[in-house]
Each structure stands twice: as C-alpha cells, then as structure tokens.
Design a protein around this ligand. Structure first.
Ligand SMILES: CC(C)=CCC/C(C)=C/CC/C(C)=C/CC/C(C)=C/COC[C@H](O)COP(=O)(O)O
Ligand SMILES: CC(C)=CCC/C(C)=C/CC/C(C)=C/CC/C(C)=C/COP(=O)(O)OP(=O)(O)O
Ligand SMILES: [Mg+2]
Length: 285
C-alpha cells in the first residue's frame, strides 16, 4: 500500500462531502441566529469542530463496521486494505481531539451539544445501530443538531429559527437512514442487527420513511411563514421537496437509487436555507 493510497483512504474515511455539508449546516445555524458578523471567530470554531467531528464520526463508524462493510461495502477503505483498522481508529481519535479542542472555546450551550454529539457518534455504532429505528433517530438528531450547535456558538443568539431547521433536517435524515437500512438489509441480517426493515419488514419500513418525508415536506414552508427566510427560499425548497418525494417513491423499487437521490434533494434544501436567509438579510439592508 503506497503513502498516496493510504492518504486517499484516510480522506475517504471522513466522507468529505458529508463533512462539508454538515459544516455548512452549522454555519447556517449561526447565520439564522444572526451571529455570523457578531462572532466570526466563534462561528469559525463551531464550523471547524463540526468538520472534525463528522470526519471522526465517519471514520470510527467504518472502524466499528469493518466486518459488515466486508459484505455490504467491500470497496471501502478498511475492507479493501487501504487503511488498517488500527490506523482508522487512531485517525478518528485524532480528529475527535481536534473537535474537542475547538468546541471548548465556545459558549457553554455549544460545548454541551458537542459533548452529547461526540458521545452519540461512538454510541451510535456500538450500541444503537442495530436497534429498530433508534440508530436512525440518533443519526437524524446528529445531523439536525448542527443547526443548534451553530446558533449556540453565538452568545445570547435567538435559537428559534435553528430549532425549525433542526426538525426539518432531522426528519428528512431519518427518512434516508431508514431507506439506507433497507439497502443494507442482507449484510445487517448476517451481522445479527435488528434494524427497522428487519424488525417490521422492508416495505413497511419504506412506508414509514415515505410518511415521515411527507410530514417534512408539508412542514417545509414553515421557515418562510415564520419570517426566517425570504420568498427565494420557496423557489428552491419546492424543487428540493419534489426531488425528495420522488426519491421516497423510487426507494420502493430501488433503495440505492432512492437514498442517493434523496441526499441530493436534502443538499438542495440546505442550499434553499442559505439563499433564503441571505436574501432576507440583503433585502433588509
Ligand atoms: C423537507 C426539508 C426542507 C428538509 C431539509 C433537509 C436537509 C437540509 C437535510 C440536511 C442534510 C445534510 C446536508 C446532511 C449533512 C451530511 C451528513 C452528515 C449526513 C449524515 O450522514 C449519515 C449517512 O448515513 C452517511 O451515509 P452516506 O451519506 O451514504 O455516506
Ligand atoms: C456538531 C457536532 C459537534 C457534531 C456533529 C456530528 C454530526 C453532524 C454527525 C453527522 C452524522 C454522522 C457523521 C454519523 C456517523 C455515523 C454514520 C456514518 C452513520 C451512518 O452509517 P451507517 O449506518 O453505518 O451506514 P453506512 O456506513 O453504510 O453509511
Ligand atoms: Mg457504517
């Protein structure tokens, strides 16, 4: 294994697209709390802590999942031999240390959220992953918590807008996590995990996922109705909602296609959050 292959493997372990996306969510949380210009250093620390924590969480997830991934995802860095299990664990702990180092510079509420999240990241894979729906709910909380973390990084910030975004992102993520479990049902069954599709059946699990997504889509105008975003938010979240609904429908036929398209819809929705708030800020200048 060359140094380059190991380096690429370590980067792959972090799932850089998710690192960037989750960091953007933390920034949005601070942005909607009205604190980006007030406390730029704190916002930068919160974004950095999120990036390191998500990278660490993804790396330690692949470390704990290395046997399942040999079945479900053999091309991943550890099962294909690009990174040793011990190397992946050490890399993850280094990233966790960096996340803690940045998080402790923030206000107490942000430190509390970071502490809960870091414990949850480890507990997810080692405890909750195989429990019907609970592991999915934990990942959903973690994704949604980025908005709360960003808002909490600003002393005295208004947390309301971030709570709305937390709920939308958490519900949509819960939908995708359930669909991903349907996709992984064979390997999870061999590993003795009791995920939601194994506990209640694949089609019932997909029906639960679709119902949750409809709830999130119906609720998606709320940030505009509550005045947190400008009308441009609706112009972008509407197509995002359509993509996500299509993804949920496609998941009944092919969960791999469905969960992948759902991720794009969620990313487009995150863009709607950014554009919707920026437009409101600029229109009030
Ligand atoms: C209805 C509505 C407006 C919903 C909002 C949806 C929204 C903005 C969701 C946020 C999604 C997002 C940008 C998440 C950040 C990326 C991330 C950390 C995802 C969680 O990763 C766990 C996942 O299981 C990893 O698997 P994979 O993505 O396949 O590597
Ligand atoms: C804000 C702070 C301090 C932390 C944020 C922490 C966040 C946002 C975490 C995002 C979610 C995340 C990175 C979860 C890690 C575990 C993970 C990759 C879950 C999904 O993995 P599996 O269920 O094993 O499925 P795959 O590995 O096949 O994708
Ligand atoms: Mg995994």
């Amino acid at each position: 294994m060359t140094v380059g292959e190991t380096g690429r493997g370590l980067l792959e372990l972090t799932r850089p697209v998710n690192v960037i996306a989750a960091s953007a969510l933390t920034f949005i949380g601070a942005f909607v709390a009205g604190g980006v210009t007030e406390a730029p250093i704190a916002v930068a620390a919160a974004v950095g802590a999120t990036a390191l924590a998500v990278g660490a969480g993804n790396a330690i997830n692949d470390y704990f999942d290395r046997e399942i991934d040999r079945i479900n995802q053999p091309e991943r860095a550890i099962p294909r031999g690009a990174v040793s299990p011990r190397g992946a664990l050490a890399f993850s702990l280094l990233l966790f240390a960096g996340a803690v180092g940045l998080a402790i510079t923030l206000p107490r509420p942000a430190i509390a959220i970071a502490g809960i999240n870091l414990l949850a990241l480890v507990a997810y894979t080692e405890v909750f992953k195989g429990l019907p729906g609970l592991g999915n709910a934990l990942v959903a909380y973690l994704v949604g918590s980025t908005f709360l973390f960003g808002a909490a990084a600003i002393d005295g910030a208004e947390i309301g807008p971030a709570v709305v975004l937390f709920l939308l992102a958490a519900i949509a993520t819960l939908t995708r996590e359930i669909i991903k479990d349907v996709e992984d049902v064979e390997g999870d069954r061999e590993e003795g995990l009791n995920t939601l599709p194994i506990a209640i059946g694949e089609r019932r699990a997909l029906a639960v996922a679709a119902f949750l997504l409809v709830v999130a889509v119906v609720a998606s105008p709320i940030p505009f109705l509550r005045g947190h975003f400008g009308v441009s938010y609706l112009l972008i979240v509407a197509p995002a909602d359509a993509v996500m609904l299509l993804a949920a429908y496609e998941s009944f036929e092919d969960p791999t296609v469905g969960q992948s398209r759902l991720k794009y819809g969620m990313f487009l929705a995150a863009l709607a959050f950014i554009v919707g708030r920026a437009a409101l800020e600029f229109s009030s200048l």
